[in-house]
Design a protein around this ligand. Structure first.
Ligand code: GLU
Length: 390
């Protein structure tokens, strides 16, 4: 799938691996930093820049790509409105600033995307929503539903309730987690720098630009300095950490300058940027994780009709489950066995054991009556399923 784009990087890139084209991706997370979106001297939103970025997002959307935005800027906008001093803010001050700024930020995104005919849906997450399984699954299905409904999720950390111990603090790593959570295949970090250099370019005249990082090694990590700019928390260090998270989850990552107008179009047209390549695509890496890394907590026995439906690529519905063994919770890995007892695959189950037991053999229409809530139609969704076990 990786069609090579001519690299605009220096001669050293002649031997580098080919970089993918933006158009070859299916689901793209675009992370926008505060320093781009908010004018640091006046603390105002850069509307014209945002409108141009929304144009790029609209264009991707019209091509059938799914786009998610992770946008910073709440604190930077709110601190100005509240007239807070220009020193590092105390925790309660940034929480208050975020409370004020997030409203403006969400509105700006909603209007800019609406201008392109695209609906925005705000999601505010905390560290717990991306780390703790139940909440992770909930955030993930809201994102999936918004994408299915052709909306663009606009995500930020819920800074109003996040305290020092339980917050990301920087949106680079948050965006990488979101990329993993949404099984995105690309994360674009729009930054005030156009990519990774062997040393900080403003300090070292011999600093060389790196167009492609095939793998994040200790040497690459050492190239990332420390500090960020005044408004954004993440420097190159958090970007490299984001690269590790994203590529491990199967998403490529690209760091590109957001200082130009229409920054996504610029990437497409070959602007200088650094690509961090993922070893496998997100679906493959998620499936590998389900297949290998998780200890199954139970067994679902299926009838022949369900086995055939799974082999045709469908999800597992409660109707096809004949017996439920083990003790598992929603989101746990379970083994799937056919009528003869042979393992036919593994998957992440959408219901706790007790509900699975009550739902087995029943039609999906009956789920709400049996459980008392609108549950998921599938016992194991096809994205959470790997066939071909044992
Ligand atoms: N979540 C913070 C905000 O919206 C920004 C964090 C960051 O700069 O990475 O203000």
């Amino acid at each position: 799938m990786n069609s090579a784009l001519p690299s605009s990087a220096p001669a050293s890139s002649a031997t580098a691996s080919p970089v993918p084209a933006l158009s070859s991706f299916r689901r793209v997370v675009v992370k926008v930093g505060s320093a781009l979106l908010v004018d640091s001297t006046r603390g105002r939103l850069r509307h014209a820049w945002l409108a141009a970025l929304a144009e790029d997002i609209g264009a991707l959307h019209r091509e059938g790509k799914e786009v998610l935005v992770v946008s910073s800027g709440a604190i930077a906008l709110g601190r100005n409105v509240l007239g807070l001093p220009r020193r590092p803010l105390k925790l309660e001050e940034s929480q208050a600033a975020a409370g004020v700024g997030q409203i403006a930020l969400a509105r700006a995104w909603s209007e800019a995307l609406a201008h392109e005919g695209v609906t925005a849906g705000q999601i505010l997450v905390t560290l717990g929503d991306t780390e703790e399984r139940r909440r992770y699954l909930n955030a993930r299905s809201t994102i999936a539903k918004l994408l299915e409904l052709k909306a663009v999720p606009v995500i930020n950390e819920n800074d109003t309730v996040a305290t020092a111990e339980i917050r990301y603090g920087d949106n680079d790593r948050l965006a990488a987690r979101v990329a993993g959570m949404a099984s995105a295949d690309l994360l674009v970090l729009l930054s005030d720098i156009d990519g990774l250099y062997t040393a900080p370019p403003n300090e070292d005249p011999n600093a060389a630009f790196l167009p492609v990082v095939p793998r994040i090694t200790a040497e690459i990590e050492a190239m990332a300095g420390g500090a960020g700019t005044e408004l954004s928390r993440g420097g190159m260090k958090t970007k490299i950490e984001a690269g590790k998270i994203a590529t491990t989850a199967g998403a490529h990552m690209v760091i590109a300058s957001g200082k130009v107008k229409n920054p996504l179009r610029a990437i497409e047209q070959g602007a200088r940027c650094t690509w961090f390549l993922a070893p496998a695509n997100p679906v493959a890496s998620r499936k590998r994780w389900i297949a290998g890394a998780l200890e199954p907590r139970g067994v679902l026995h299926l009838d022949a009709g369900a086995v055939a439906a799974l082999r045709r690529g469908n999800s597992l519905l409660p109707a096809g489950v004949t017996r439920v063994d083990g003790s598992f919770q929603r989101g746990d890995a379970v083994l799937l066995r056919g009528p003869d007892g042979a393992e036919i695959g593994r998957g992440l189950v959408a219901y706790d054991h007790d509900y699975a037991e009550r739902l087995r053999g029943r039609s999906s229409d009956e789920i709400a009556t049996i459980t008392g809530f609108e549950g998921r139609a599938a016992m194991v969704h096809r994205d959470d399923l790997v066939l071909g076990g044992g």
